[in-house]
Design a protein. Structure first.
Length: 421
C-alpha cells in the first residue's frame, strides 16, 4: 500500500516516556575509542560529539558505556561504573543540552565479545560457548555474579541520571552479555537463568528492574534489541521471539526500542557496505593483531576473498533492518527506532511516513557528516558516507572518525570553516 511521504516528519516531535524529543533522526551508539585509558570522558569525546550536537541532532545515544570493569569491551571505552565518572559525563551532557539536544547513555557488558588479554580481564558469559569471531573462551557466570551484574546496570543508570543524562539505553542486542543470556545458542544453562524462554529472559528483566529501581520510575529507559540474531545453523532467536521479548519489556514499562541485527559471529549482516576497505583497515590498524594466531593469520591471508563474499551478500542498503522493525511496530505502542544504513532524507522519511518505524538512527552517515541533521533540515549537502566501514574496522583501536581520505578531507574542511577544527 502506497503511503504519502512527508519529509517534514523527520523534524516533528516525539515522546519517549515523559521526554519530548524535537525530531526523529537520532545519533545511534558508536564505539568512540576516545576516553582516557581509565574510562573517563576526555576532550576527544567532547570534540567528537560537539558538531553533532551543534547541528541540532535531537537525540544522541552514546557509545556503549561499560557498567563494570568486568564488562569493558575495548581500549579507551567510556565507563559508567563508578561515581567518579560523573563529572566527565556531566560535561558531555551539558554540552549536548547547550545546543538543545537530548542525550542517552547506552549501558552495556560485553560478556564473551572481548579480547580479555588486551584489557587484563576475564571473559564472562551465560555459558562457556567460545566466540567464533574472536576466539574467546568465556567462563560461565555464577548465579550470584549474574544478580550482581544486574545491580551494576542499575548503578550505571543512576550515575547517568546524576550526570544529567536524559535517559539510558539498555543494550540487549549485537551479541553482548544480555543477548548471550537471551539466545539459546550462547545460553546452555540449566539453572534459573537458562533453558526455557522465560528463564533466558530473566536476566534482562532483572537488569530492567534494577535500572528502574536505582534511576527512578520517571527516568526514560529504552532498549536496543536484535530484529534477528542472524546465526544460521545455530540456535539463534527469530524475529517472532524477539518481538515477544519487546512486548514483555513494554508491559514492564519500557519507553522505547531500537531495532538492530546480529551478533559478532553474524559478520556482514550487522553493517553491510563495502568490505575491502573494512578488512584492509582491520588488518592494518584494527584489532586483528590481538586475535589468536590462527584467526589473525587466516584473516590476513583470506581477507580479499572474504571481502568479495561479503560484498556480494551484504552490499550497502538504506534501512536494512526495516523488515524486522515492521513487526515490532505492529505489536508495540512505544516508539520503535530503526537503525541500519540510513543516509538520505527520502529513505528516512519514507520509513517513518509508511509506519514502519517512529524514528531512525544513524552512525556512519553522521561520522562522515556530523552536521547531517542540519543538512537534512536545510536541504543542503555535506560529506556523504560511502559505507567503506573503515570507522568500524578501527573500533577499539583508533578514535572513531571517518577513515576514507577523500570524505575525511571534506568533513575536516567543513568543520574548519566553522572554526571547529
Amino acid at each position: 500500500m502506497e503511503t504519502t511521504q512527508n519529509p517534514q516528519v523527520l523534524f516533528s516531535p516525539i515522546k519517549i516516556g515523559n521526554l519530548a524529543v524535537d525530531g526523529r533522526v537520532f545519533k545511534t551508539a558508536t564505539a568512540e575509542t576516545r576516553a582516557t585509558k581509565d574510562g573517563f570522558v576526555s576532550d576527544e569525546v567532547i570534540e567528537f560529539y560537539q558538531p553533532i550536537a551543534q547541528a541540532g541532532t535531537p537525540l544522541i545515544i552514546t557509545g556503549n558505556l561499560y557498567i563494570s570493569r568486568k564488562g569493558q569491551s575495548t581500549f579507551r571505552q567510556i565507563g559508567a561504573d563508578n561515581p567518579d565518572k560523573i563529572p566527565g559525563l556531566k560535561q558531555l551532557a551539558d554540552m549536548v543540552h547547550q545546543h538543545g539536544g537530548k542525550i542517552f547513555g547506552q549501558l552495556n557488558h560485553c560478556g564473551r565479545q572481548v579480547l580479555p588479554h588486551t584489557l587484563g580481564i576475564e571473559a564472562l558469559s551465560a555459558s562457556g560457548v567460545p566466540d567464533k569471531a574472536l576466539g574467546t573462551r568465556p567462563r560461565p557466570m555464577q548465579a550470584s555474579e549474574v544478580s550482581q551484574t544486574a545491580k551494576d546496570y542499575g548503578a550505571a543508570a543512576a550515575i547517568c541520571r546524576e550526570a544529567g543524562f536524559d535517559g539510558v539505553q539498555i543494550h540487549a542486542g549485537h551479541g553482548y552479555l544480555i543477548c548471550q543470556f537471551l539466545t539459546p545458542y550462547t545460553n546452555r544453562r540449566t539453572d534459573a537463568y537458562g533453558g526455557s524462554f522465560v528463564k533466558r529472559l530473566r536476566f534482562l528483566l532483572e537488569v530492567y528492574s534494577q535500572v528502574r529501581r536505582q534511576a527512578g520510575e520517571d527516568f526514560p529507559v529504552i532498549a536496543k534489541i536484535n530484529g534477528s540474531d542472524w546465526l544460521p545453523g545455530r540456535k539463534g532467536l527469530s524475529n517472532r521471539e524477539l518481538v515477544e521479548i519487546a512486548r514483555i519489556l513494554e508491559q514492564e514499562g519500557l519507553n522505547g526500542l531500537e531495532v538492530t541485527v546480529g551478533h559478532y559471529e553474524s559478520g556482514g549482516p550487522m553493517i553491510r557496505g563495502s568490505f575491502a576497505p573494512f578488512f584492509k583497515g582491520l588488518t592494518k590498524e584494527g584489532l586483528v593483531d590481538s586475535l589468536p594466531w590462527l584467526r589473525k593469520t587466516g584473516i590476513k591471508m583470506a581477507w580479499p576473498a572474504m571481502a568479495l563474499f561479503c560484498n556480494t551478500l551484504w552490499p550497502a542498503k538504506q534501512g536494512f533492518n526495516l523488515s524486522y522493525a515492521d513487526n515490532f511496530k505492529k505489536r508495540l505502542s512505544i516508539p520503535v527506532i530503526c537503525v541500519g544504513g540510513f543516509q538520505t532524507k527520502d529513505a528516512m522519511s519514507r520509513a517513518i511516513s509508511q509506519g514502519r518505524c517512529d524514528a531512525v538512527s544513524v552512525a556512519r552517515a553522521m561520522i562522515a557528516d556530523p552536521w547531517l541533521y542540519r543538512h537534512l533540515k536545510e536541504n543542503t549537502s555535506g560529506p556523504v558516507c560511502n559505507f567503506c566501514n573503515g570507522c568500524i574496522a578501527r573500533a577499539g583501536s583508533l578514535p572513531v572518525d571517518c577513515y576514507d581520505p577523500r570524505i575525511r578531507k571534506q568533513k575536516d574542511a567543513m568543520l574548519a570553516g566553522a572554526g571547529q577544527k
